[in-house]
Write a protein that binds this ligand. Structure first.
Ligand SMILES: NC(=O)c1ccc[n+]([C@@H]2O[C@H](COP(=O)([O-])OP(=O)(O)OC[C@H]3O[C@@H](n4cnc5c(N)ncnc54)[C@H](OP(=O)(O)O)[C@@H]3O)[C@@H](O)[C@H]2O)c1
Length: 258
């Protein structure tokens, strides 16, 4: 599709991929609205990108999504692209004590968030001449990353949902793209820096990943696999046990050491 004169809503636009999406899509001549939980961070982005529209909204809260829908469709009725990008990733030892309400946090943000966003915005997107939903999954959707078990489950779930969504929307004006992103140098990965087996050199810059995603949107791709994600895709198919054994080495002392 032509990535100009669209109205684009990006969840989690205050850092990492979301910020990169916002600045590039603004530069291409689109109207861009971003969300995030933290109002100060949103105002900071507004200073850097004065044309961006900011709305405080937590994608893990159903009531925030309803409110976001009312605001966006009232103020930006031409909305035709939704980028489900907001996400969180924690390292979790399952040997530790966790509150039952907290242990599922990544499911609420990374999986329930996009499912609810799509459900809420679908009738509106159907009214547009051409619409796109982009779901940001991960190479970890292809092979689990044992130090982040809930994150792994959330992204595998999001990938499955995205594929089913694409089939159900086949006869509509809405296309669905999955960005299967590899590890990147964003704040998301800061918590892993001191873990054994962590290799910062394997991380790809967010601008390169988002450039690949935008090219994919322009070429109407269904899935985009930048950098190492391409290799993860092959290994997860031909040698899944090897892939899991390798991924299990990262943060081994944290996971097995209690
Ligand atoms: N970085 C990687 O290595 C990597 C690899 C593959 C896939 N991904 C995926 O790419 C997406 C973006 O990741 P990133 O690396 O750019 O992360 P990041 O730098 O940590 O940025 C995350 C963004 O999401 C927002 N956010 C988090 N929880 C939210 C919530 N409940 N509601 C609304 N906004 C929320 C954050 O703002 P607030 O904190 O202010 O809410 C921030 O703007 C995520 O879905 C992530 O899983 C990342």
């Amino acid at each position: 599709m032509k990535l100009q004169n669209n109205t684009i809503l990006i969840t989690g636009g205050t850092g990492g991929f979301g910020f990169e999406f916002a600045s590039r899509l603004l530069a291409l001549g689109n109207t861009v609205i971003i969300t995030g939980r933290n109002w100060e961070k949103l105002q900071e982005v507004k200073k850097q990108l004065p044309a961006v529209h900011i709305i405080q909204s937590d994608v893990s809260r159903a009531e925030d999504i309803s409110h976001l829908y009312e605001t966006v469709t009232r103020e930006f009725p031409a909305l035709n692209i939704l980028i489900n990008n907001a996400g969180e990733m924690r390292k979790i030892s399952l040997h530790h004590q966790h509150e039952l309400t907290d242990i599922t946090r990544e499911i609420e943000i990374n999986l329930m968030g996009p499912i609810r966003m799509v459900q809420q915005f679908l009738p509106h997107l159907k009214k547009q001449a051409q619409a796109v939903i982009v779901n940001v999954s991960s190479g970890i959707a292809l092979m689990p990353f044992p130090i982040s078990p809930i994150y792994s489950a959330s992204k595998a779930g999001l990938r499955s949902y995205t594929q089913a969504l694409r089939v159900q929307l086949k006869k509509t004006n809405i296309s669905v793209m999955e960005l299967v992103a590899p590890g990147s140098t964003t704040a998301l990965n800061d918590k892993f820096i001191n873990e054994d087996g962590f290799n910062p050199k394997a991380l790809m810059a967010p601008d390169k990943i988002v450039a690949a995603a935008i090219k994919g949107m322009q070429q109407d791709k269904e899935e985009v696999y930048p950098g190492l994600a391409k290799i993860m895709r092959i290994i997860s198919r031909v040698a899944p046990k090897l892939a899991l054994a390798q991924a299990g080495k990262m943060g081994a002392s944290y996971m097995y050491g209690n």
